[in-house]
Design a binder for this molecule. Structure first.
Ligand code: ATP
Length: 332
């Protein structure tokens, strides 16, 4: 579908009642709303278009393009787009919690079945994006949403870019939130692949296994230092292209041996750590693809990935806890 097919005055039947703000950023804001006639819960992302004569901001074009190309149960669904004053409104299905909030409100380590269900659905969503030739470039827990019926939805495609199959494109390296940024990006790569999403997804997997971020760097240099400290120095024989990366020779660390992942994720199963090691490979070409991960023994071995009902039940208990704490905070 063409972007322009979405844009137009909203038909009178499509009117939403705003229930409250759920997110805010440099782009504008996200509010929760309900379709007055159907009762459908939606999120309205209102993006300010400051200079309409200069066209739509890049992040909006990227998000609209990606969400029009991709249709999958594990990717947030774009329902419509309409202009409203100086904003453009992107209407998507509503999800009450993101993974970062789920990890927080679960108040205890989440079970391996839940971890498997989330990872499996994230991989299904990412495999679909990559097959459609789209890199997400900002995979992180707060962009992995959970729908009320217990499904994982990859969201926020404001950084998404089509993959250049001829490998001639030059992209910006300042993508992905620092803790989830792949080593090639930290070394300033301008030509990279969907492997950047697999690194980020590996960091998310580790965060679910360990209950906290794996590599919480405070600066870009600190981030790279943490990567090298845990995964060892770059193997130039396996990744000769690294030497040509813009910042490769500017940032030097003492030679390091990789540490066993078991040292930092003491309670994870052997198969989980084996899979994680194949996602968090310093050499981008050695990282497993999302499609390959879906074939991994991790999803076949017991315990099985949690059912949609089990995810839904955890989500509901987190929402109850969140609302109780919010009520308490308002009283106090
Ligand atoms: N469909 C949705 N359902 C529920 N909440 C949503 C939805 N879309 C976005 N949000 C909330 O709004 C926040 C901001 O939205 P989004 O991630 O799209 O914008 P952003 O400015 O690009 O965010 P960030 O800078 O954190 O990546 C999200 O972190 C999430 O909490």
């Amino acid at each position: 579908m063409e972007a322009s097919a979405f844009v137009g005055e909203p038909p009178a039947s499509l009117s939403y009642e705003v229930l409250g703000q759920i997110g805010e950023g440099a782009f504008g804001e996200v509010v929760q709303a309900i379709h007055k006639q159907t009762g459908q819960e939606v999120a309205l992302k209102r993006v300010f278009v400051r200079q309409p004569e200069r066209g739509l901001p890049d992040n909006v074009v990227r998000e609209m393009h990606a969400l029009q190309v991709i249709s999958h149960p594990n990717v947030i669904r774009l329902l419509e787009v309409y202009p409203q004053g100086s904003t453009l409104v992107l209407v998507t299905e509503f999800c009450p919690l993101d993974l970062s909030a789920l990890l927080h409100w679960a108040k205890a380590p989440i079970s391996e079945g839940i971890i498997k269900a989330v990872l499996q659905q994230l991989m299904r969503g990412l495999a679909t994006c990559h097959e459609a030739g789209i890199m997400h470039r900002d995979v992180k827990p707060s962009n992995i949403l959970l729908s009320r019926d217990g499904l994982v939805k990859l969201a926020d495609f404001g950084m998404a870019r089509p993959v250049d199959r001829k490998a001639q494109a030059r992209y910006t390296h300042t993508v992905a939130t620092r803790w989830y940024r792949a080593p090639e990006l930290l070394y300033g790569a301008r030509a990279y692949t969907t492997a950047v999403d697999m690194w980020a997804a590996g960091c998310v997997f580790a965060e679910m296994l360990g209950g906290g971020p794996l590599l919480p760097g405070e600066t870009d240099i600190d981030q790279l230092g943490r990567v090298i400290h845990l995964f060892g120095s770059v193997d130039e024989a396996a990744w000769p292209e690294a030497r040509a990366l813009p910042d490769y020779n500017k940032i030097c660390f003492a030679p390091c041996q990789p540490q066993p992942l078991r040292d930092v994720l003491a309670h994870a199963s052997d198969t989980a750590l084996q899979l994680l090691g194949q996602m968090l490979h310093i050499t981008p070409g050695d990282r497993l693809t999302a499609a390959a991960i879906l074939e991994h023994a991790y999803f076949v071995e017991e315990p099985q990935p949690a059912s949609q009902e089990q995810v839904k039940s955890l989500l509901l208990s987190c929402l109850v806890r969140k609302q109780a704490e919010q009520r308490q905070a308002r009283k106090g």
